[in-house]
Design a protein around this ligand. Structure first.
Ligand code: TEU
Ligand code: CA
Length: 559
């Protein structure tokens, strides 16, 4: 595998609205990010993905962009952005912006012009259609519920949106649209970005002409995953985008790709793939139902493990996935994947270790390094997220009580990951001196960065060690480039694997149960425990893992 500058980096995602407010308006801002760059450097971060900060009416928290060339005043100014890039560079941190180009905002100039004349030049930037014999062109259901077709008021036209109705899809079939997008990307790359996280990119290719697919809900609509599976030829767009943008700058790109086709994996993230890497969402998708959150199941530890290992097998010899336990679209990983008995600091370190040392680029979502947990929401009024609101409506539609529905929403809501960062135990967790745009999780008095800074056994200090371990140049052959080899795979509640290097092997073993687990380790090799969340105990050739213990063993090659 040809070495790239991003292979040995650790990435961090910031959700700017919730990271740090510096002017008391209750909204996190770019100055707030600059203020904490030293904190990120101490965590060993080399890639920093910032969720959208462009001008946006914020129907979907900035994922609806009205002007790609300006910073939204709520986050600061272009000078702040340039300052951030400069200060990040000093600390060897490469900044990624979020590239949201499957759609823009209905308040973008292009769409405004398109609405004036759906058959004109800008109409071709989007998808407009009329009913035929009283029927819409297709029965697809947008990700946030309801038809993908929205009537254009005062006309008999409809426009297409894969997500919210305030997020009209851009027509990638139109070469002018593609050129506009590449021009904008290069404009940002010229400013010194390290690259982009690429939003919802699989959706840019539609299976055309529009047609119905079998319905999976009683309203006659069908899930988007079915639509995506029928689309062919997205690679032509993606290859062109790579050649016209990323490649020229040796930029890093991480694709948010859902429903990828296995046979296309090497085109997507192999040597000279469309992207440097893409997120492994296999665990995120596990248990999710097309019917909605109310019908979804949280994966067990064994299902989680299976997903991780399957993805590793697929990527073997091809490239590196980006590994996550959470992001701004998901509940907190520790509240989701850990069995109840392990939802404590010990369990958080365990989950942190097993995903972080898989082959791939580890991404840490803000607050994950503190072990931030889900919020408990008891009323839909506490929710801001449009996706949660749509899911709540679906719960109501199928007859759940308000209480049952709120249990579902609490479990899955994207707002779990969007509550403000918990810096200290002062009012509003040190996030703002004003009123936070979304309530702070009351557990901040217990879980916050300042307290963890002072405690050598904290989750934060553990993440720093984990990060240092992966960045150790002497371990690179195994921890960066070594393949994953599952170990004792059929043992329930245990997730164990080797990372095989040229000079050394590492064994990562984590016990997700309340009973001890015995791990046989070949003792013809010299071995050393380089990280654990508990005391290490050996019984002859067996390593004894206590409940929720994880251990990372370095094994010297040769006998
Ligand atoms: O998400 C794309 C996406 O398809 C899923 O995240 C999913 O639809 C969503 O989580 C349902 O709950 C990206 C962004 O990450 C997300 O924040 C945006 O809302 C979406 O695109 C639209 O831009
Ligand atoms: Ca602010």
């Amino acid at each position: 595998m040809e070495k790239k500058w991003w292979h040995n980096k650790i990435a961090y995602q910031i959700y700017p609205k919730s990271f740090q407010d510096t002017n008391g308006d209750g909204i996190g801002d770019l100055k707030g990010i600059i203020q904490h760059l030293d904190y990120l450097q101490k965590l060993g971060i080399g890639i920093l993905w910032i969720s959208p900060v462009y001008v946006s009416p914020c129907a979907d928290q900035g994922y609806d962009i009205a002007d790609y060339y300006q910073i939204d005043p709520m986050f600061g100014t272009m000078e702040d952005m340039e300052e951030l890039l400069k200060e990040a560079k000093k600390r060897d941190i490469n900044v990624l912006m979020d590239l949201v180009v499957n759609h823009c905002s209905d308040e973008h100039e292009w769409f405004q012009k398109a609405c004036q004349n759906p058959e004109g030049e800008y109409g071709k930037y989007f998808y407009f259609a009329k009913k035929e014999n009283g029927k819409l062109p297709c029965n697809w259901r947008s990700y946030f519920g309801g038809s993908v077709w929205e009537p254009l008021p005062g006309t008999d036209w409809y426009y297409y949106h894969s997500f919210h109705k305030k997020q009209p899809d851009l027509n990638w079939e139109n070469p002018n649209v593609r050129q506009e997008i590449y021009k904008m990307m290069n404009w940002w790359l010229e400013k010194g970005l390290g690259g982009f996280r690429v939003d919802a990119i699989i959706n840019i290719k539609k299976p055309l002409p529009f047609c119905d697919f079998p319905a999976d809900r009683t309203d006659g609509t069908c899930d988007m995953s079915v639509v995506v599976n029928h689309a062919r030829g997205v690679g032509e767009f993606l290859g062109e985008m790579r050649d016209e943008t990323f490649q020229k700058y040796n930029a890093f790109s991480v694709g948010e790709v859902f429903n990828e086709k296995e046979e296309e994996l090497s085109d997507f993230m192999g040597e000279n793939g469309y992207f440097s890497t893409m997120f492994d969402f296999s665990q995120t998708n596990e248990g999710k139902s097309p019917k909605g959150w109310y019908d979804s199941k949280i994966p067990t530890v064994d299902a989680y493990k299976k997903c991780c290992f399957n993805s590793q097998r697929k990527a073997k010899g091809i490239g590196m996935y980006s590994n996550i336990i959470e992001n701004h679209d998901e509940p907190r990983g520790v509240s989701y994947y850990l069995p109840k008995a392990g939802r404590n600091d010990k369990g958080k370190k365990l989950l942190g270790t097993v995903y972080f040392l898989l082959k791939g680029i580890p991404f840490i979502y803000q607050g994950q390094e503190l072990g931030m947990e889900n919020m408990t929401f008891t009323d839909i009024d506490q929710i801001d997220d449009i996706s949660s609101i749509a899911e709540y409506e679906e719960c109501m539609r199928v007859g759940l009580t308000k209480e049952e529905a709120m249990k579902v929403i609490s479990q899955y809501s994207r707002d779990n990951g969007r509550t403000p960062f918990q810096w200290d135990n002062t009012e509003n967790a040190g996030f703002t001196t004003g009123t936070p745009w979304l309530a702070v999780n009351p557990d901040y008095v217990r879980i916050n960065a300042k307290a963890q800074e002072e405690n050598p056994d904290s989750v934060l200090q553990y993440y720093r060690k984990l990060s240092a371990l992966r960045r150790k140049p002497e371990y690179e052959d195994a921890l960066i480039y070594g393949e994953v080899e599952p170990y004792m795979e059929s043992e329930e509640g245990l997730m164990a694997y080797y990372r095989r290097g040229e000079k050394q092997d590492f064994l990562i073993a984590g016990n997700f149960t309340e009973e001890e687990k015995k791990i046989y380790v070949d003792d013809t090799k010299e071995k050393e425990v380089v990280l654990t969340n508990d005391q290490v105990e050996w019984k002859e050739k067996e390593l004894i893992l206590k409940p929720f213990q994880v251990a990372v063993l370095r094994c010297q090659k040769g006998n």
